[in-house]
Ligand binder design. Structure first.
Ligand SMILES: [Zn+2]
Length: 346
């Protein structure tokens, strides 16, 4: 699968492959999270898979099982792919056990040595991120770049080509992945957003705010949403434990539907805890559930579900949420479950 914003760079590569102009060294650049590694993996599939990236053959499977981005709990010089003719080099743990900022010279030496002097079929070495090589490492790589080997492709990934020495740059064919603001990319962003929350966001705006980097747009959204969700959940629990907190619900405004879903989640979790008859991880929720009756919890869950389904209509969501919250604020000491009035009008 190719990301829509990779298309231009990918077309450029396809042309090189078609015309048999693949260089000995390729430099793939682009800002953080633009997808340089995914781009590289699909290039490698294109070059090595007999069907040019079928995603089913032995090679494609081997590549799909590679996870050289993951962190190991021991230091290594290079990582071998599940495919025998492919190696990766990246920053690893240093002697003190923390992640190194640099790719060291001994790593680059091991990297160059493990690429055979002669190869029957194409061998590929990937360095990410080449702009993290220290000076000695860069010099060591330069020697290998100066004496290209048969059937060998070295791929360097870098956030910022300016941080690489000219001597290295001049020996690489560069491919740059640009940020993208086109409709296809915005569509991709929209597809990644949970279908229920999709209508709340304009994917083009998200893309704009993430400077044309789609993965960043998604991460931003998740981060922010997660944060908001947590604060809603906390306030909902406070309201159930001390009803006067119901005055402090400004943070709910314009988010009524999501807050109702948050409440729905809390009540269903609570019912589960009560059925299993043991405490859950959330101490506040445990307190609320302990003092509430099954009967009232189920009724309020029903009403919350109904409120959520009414969000498709012209109902005043704020009023609806307020009415549900009044019941929720008394859930621990309700004598009789009240009828929530808004529901009858629809
Ligand atoms: Zn394949």
């Amino acid at each position: 699968m190719m990301f829509p914003w990779h298309k231009k760079a990918s077309d450029k590569l396809d042309k090189m492959i078609e015309q048999n102009h693949m260089p000995h060294a390729l430099l793939i650049t682009g800002v953080e999270k633009i997808g340089k590694f995914d781009f590289t993996q699909s290039l490698i599939k294109k070059l090595l898979c007999p069907k040019a990236s079928c995603d089913r053959c032995e090679l494609c499977n081997a590549l799909n099982n590679d996870d050289p981005m993951s962190e190991l709990d021991h230091s290594v010089l290079i990582r071998r792919s599940h495919y025998p003719n492919l190696i990766y080099c990246r920053t690893e743990l240093n002697d003190s056990g923390s992640m190194s900022k640099d790719i060291r010279v001994d790593q680059i030496r091991a990297f160059c040595e493990s690429l055979g002097k002669t190869a029957e079929s194409l061998q590929i070495g990937v360095v990410f991120y080449a702009d993290q090589m220290n000076n000695n490492a860069a010099n060591s790589l330069l020697k290998t770049l100066e004496e290209p080997r048969q059937n060998t492709l070295i791929i360097l990934l870098a956030h910022n080509a300016d941080r690489l020495p000219m001597t290295i740059l001049s020996r690489c064919q560069a491919i740059h992945i640009n940020p993208s603001y086109d409709e296809e990319t915005a569509e991709w962003v929209a597809e990644q957003i949970d279908i229920d929350t999709r209508s709340d966001y304009d994917p083009m705006q998200l893309l704009d705010s993430a400077h044309g980097v789609p993965h960043r747009a998604i991460d931003d959204l998740k981060g922010d949403f997660y944060f908001q969700y947590q604060s809603w959940q906390n306030l909902l629990l406070e309201i159930a434990l001390s009803p006067t907190k119901i005055k402090d619900t400004e943070i709910f405004s314009d988010n009524e539907l999501d807050v109702l879903k948050c409440l729905q989640h809390l009540i269903s979790e609570g019912i589960k805890i009560k059925i299993l008859n043991h405490d859950g991880a959330n101490l506040e929720l445990n307190k609320v559930i302990e003092k509430s009756s099954f009967n009232h919890l189920f009724k309020l869950l029903d009403d919350t579900n109904q409120a959520i389904s009414l969000s498709q209509t012209t109902v005043n969501m704020k009023l609806l949420l307020d009415n549900v919250l009044v019941v929720w604020s008394h859930i621990t000491n309700l004598k009789k479950y009240p009828a929530i009035t808004n529901f009858q009008e629809h």
